[in-house]
Design a binder for this molecule. Structure first.
Ligand SMILES: [Ca+2]
Ligand SMILES: [Ca+2]
Length: 115
């Protein structure tokens, strides 16, 4: 995996599995509209984690079709094939022009106009 990610920056948000939701059965105590499923039915997330730009499911199924249909990323995001698994197809513009590759095509360093 082409991962260029500074040591220590991953902290709590890093992890190969569902990041904020849970594993296993959806808690019965939660109303169904609060819960969304990942592509892997073993994982679930809170529905407000869909299309928030972050890879909560671990496989980006909360951000990408066919599992999830999201609007294009907003003005504060730069769209590219991300190399950082924490993001999917959009990275925060704060990562543009920071001399670290975050897009597989390097567009964050060469095309993105910056934050
Ligand atoms: Ca998400
Ligand atoms: Ca960058």
């Amino acid at each position: 995996m082409n991962k260029i990610f500074p040591q220590g920056e991953g902290n709590a948000a890093a992890g190969p599995k569902a990041l904020s939701g849970g594993e296993g059965d959806v808690p019965q105590s939660l109303p169904s509209f609060l819960v969304a499923h990942c592509g892997d039915p073993a994982f679930w997330i809170y529905s407000d984690q869909k299309c928030d730009g972050f890879n909560n499911c671990g496989d980006c199924s909360d951000e990408l079709s066919p599992v999830t249909t999201c609007p294009p990323c907003g003005p504060e995001w730069w769209r590219c094939p991300s190399t950082v698994f924490k993001y999917c197809t959009c990275i925060p513009r704060s990562l543009c022009r920071d001399h670290v590759q975050h897009c597989s095509d390097w567009s964050d360093e060469y095309s993105c106009p910056g934050p």
